[in-house]
Design a protein around this ligand. Structure first.
Ligand SMILES: [Zn+2]
Ligand SMILES: [Zn+2]
Length: 552
């Protein structure tokens, strides 16, 4: 059953691609669900750029499912790739394992079966939170179980044809130091063994018998192996041959790739020829997607270092927001995820869109993107029952330094006349705000409410400043709400001038308000700026505010 889409398919890449995937899947393999594919190498932390490799096919596969049709989304773990280098932050001793399959390298923490699993687990957890349903395929498992035995033999027998295709593109790509450069070896073999003695791929195939399928190789460690049947030899096809082999094997209908993979002469172009010529398959529908960058993502604790991961993003953004940050951009547009003060603005935008969708005023394109962010074909993602503004929660988390009793007291004040009952009503957003303050707000920018009044500053008050503080402390009890205090705080300089509270602002008034707010920040938190003043006052409470602002 087709679901009518309010946005023209030509303008909506998800709907358009989903339609193409269904039609192409049906043409290629009638009666079978189409397959969308992602490939990730668990060679180090899987970062937010890699998440796009998953989100693009996910959005398409999920769109197909929302239309009521089945769709497979496979995640091919390239865990049989060699360890190329030891990522930053890991012990240099692991260099010993360079050249071995990622599943043959020991786990760096001791809680996982191997190196690859160490990096798979956090991504798996993030995907579950994000509602991204995938069928995982381990390339180690596929190669070592013999699943690819037939295509490996095919590739070895047709090595001259493969070499010819690679060489044709090689001439167009001068200076490409790819390790499967067909000119690098006198005799070209697309299969790279992992040495039976040292386990590394520092190997050179010296012979292959097309009839018996026996292979012979040498290794940099001195080993000489063979002839033995290639099916009994650990190893894998080189990347540019491996990828099209899998397109054919898994019947991939759609697989996007980073823009670096989809340029002319890249592994995608070469693969497109090889999949048809050697493996009897068809090139998947595909397009390139752009980069994902981050700002302000260096954690204050400076723990692991390196690019932030989906788990880092999910610590400070609710899962639907992370989906939204990916879903709202077209594939060719780059994405920037902010971890700095912009986080509050992103939440505000999301909350605004949520309200617009609820009251039917959102524009159709934004509403469609919202629905893809808020839920999947499986249903809606969990939300925060009382989504208070992120900035408010961050200020409260900051001012209270995480004291839950204090947090609840302040939030109850802030939400009168329908106060929150328990902190669970404001979670997980409160946890995100707490994690953000702890992880991404510099110590110098944190709020520290004064223990004792600033006697020096209070002694130097001008007559106007003294009267302003008296007006505030006398009247604030009757204005004790966010809206009320906002009105009163902006109004004090007006009252001082004999104007009513709702007098329109002038340049002179605005300057007076700025100076007045600086005075309050100084007396309350010893700083020139800080959280919004109404929030700050309510967090500090009336008694303590009166004590800190007392003019003597
Ligand atoms: Zn581990
Ligand atoms: Zn060896």
């Amino acid at each position: 059953m087709e679901v009518a889409c309010p946005v023209a398919p030509a303008d909506d890449w998800v709907a358009r691609t989903a339609g193409e995937v269904r039609a192409e899947g049906e043409r290629r393999h009638p009666g079978e669900p189409p397959t969308c594919a992602s490939g990730i190498s668990p060679s180090g932390p899987v970062h937010l750029g890699n998440l796009r490799e998953l989100m693009v096919p996910h959005l398409v596969a999920d769109e197909v499912r929302k239309q009521g049709a089945p769709c497979r989304h496979i995640l091919s773990w390239d865990d049989y790739d060699r360890l190329r280098r030891v990522p930053a932050g890991f012990p240099p001793e692991f260099a010993e394992h360079i050249g071995r399959p990622l599943t043959a390298v020991p786990d760096p923490c001791g809680r996982h079966p191997n190196w690859a699993e160490h990096f798979k687990e956090p991504l798996r957890e993030s995907l579950a939170k994000l509602g991204v349903l995938v069928t995982e395929i381990s390339q180690t498992q596929m190669y070592t179980s013999g699943a690819y035995a037939a295509p490996v033999v095919t590739a070895m027998r047709r090595r001259a044809d493969i070499r010819a295709v690679l060489a044709r593109y090689q001439t167009k790509r001068n200076g490409d130091a790819d390790d499967d450069d067909p000119r690098a070896a006198r005799d070209y073999y697309p299969f790279k063994p992992y040495c039976a003695v040292c386990g590394r791929d520092d190997t050179t195939v010296t012979a292959f018998d097309d009839r018996t399928t026996e292979i012979t190789y040498t290794c940099g460690c001195g080993a000489r192996v063979g002839p033995v049947p290639v099916a009994e030899v650990a190893g894998k096809l080189v990347w540019k041959v491996d990828w099209p082999m899998r397109w054919a094997y898994e019947r991939v209908t759609f697989e996007p790739a980073g823009v670096d993979h989809s340029s002319p002469g890249s592994s995608f172009t070469v693969g497109g020829e090889l999949v048809a010529e050697i493996f009897g398959g068809e090139m998947p529908l595909h397009f390139g997607y752009s980069f994902v960058g981050t700002t302000g993502s260096a954690k204050m604790s400076g723990s692991a270092g390196g690019a932030p991961t989906p788990a880092d993003a999910l610590e400070i953004f609710e899962a639907p927001l992370v989906r939204w940050l990916y879903a709202r951009r077209r594939p060719e547009q780059s994405i920037t995820l902010a971890f700095n003060a912009e986080v509050g603005r992103v939440y505000d935008e999301w909350d605004k869109l949520t309200r617009q969708v609820a009251d039917g005023t959102a524009d159709p394109a934004s509403a469609v993107v919202y629905s893809r962010a808020a839920g999947t074909a499986e249903g809606p993602l969990p939300v925060t029952p009382r989504p208070l503004p992120f900035r408010t929660l961050a200020s409260v988390a900051d001012i209270t330094a995480g004291d839950e009793t204090q947090i609840l007291r302040i939030l109850r004040d802030l939400t009168a006349p329908a106060p929150v009952g328990t902190l669970d009503e404001v979670r997980p957003r409160l946890n995100c705000a707490e994690a953000w303050v702890a992880g991404y707000v510099a110590a110098a920018d944190r709020t520290q409410v004064r223990e004792e009044p600033d006697k020096e500053r209070l002694a130097a008050l001008t007559g106007d400043e003294r009267r302003a503080l008296e007006i505030l402390t006398e009247r604030m009890g009757t204005y004790w709400s966010l809206d009320g205090l906002t009105k009163l705080l902006y109004g004090v300089p007006k009252l001082l001038r004999g104007l009513p509270l709702d007098a329109p602002p002038t340049e002179e008034l605005k300057a007076a308000q700025r100076a007045w707010f600086i005075l309050l920040y100084q007396l309350l938190i010893g700083n020139h700026t800080g959280p919004r003043l109404p929030t700050l006052l309510m967090a500090v409470g009336q008694d303590r505010t009166r004590r800190l602002l007392a003019t003597g």
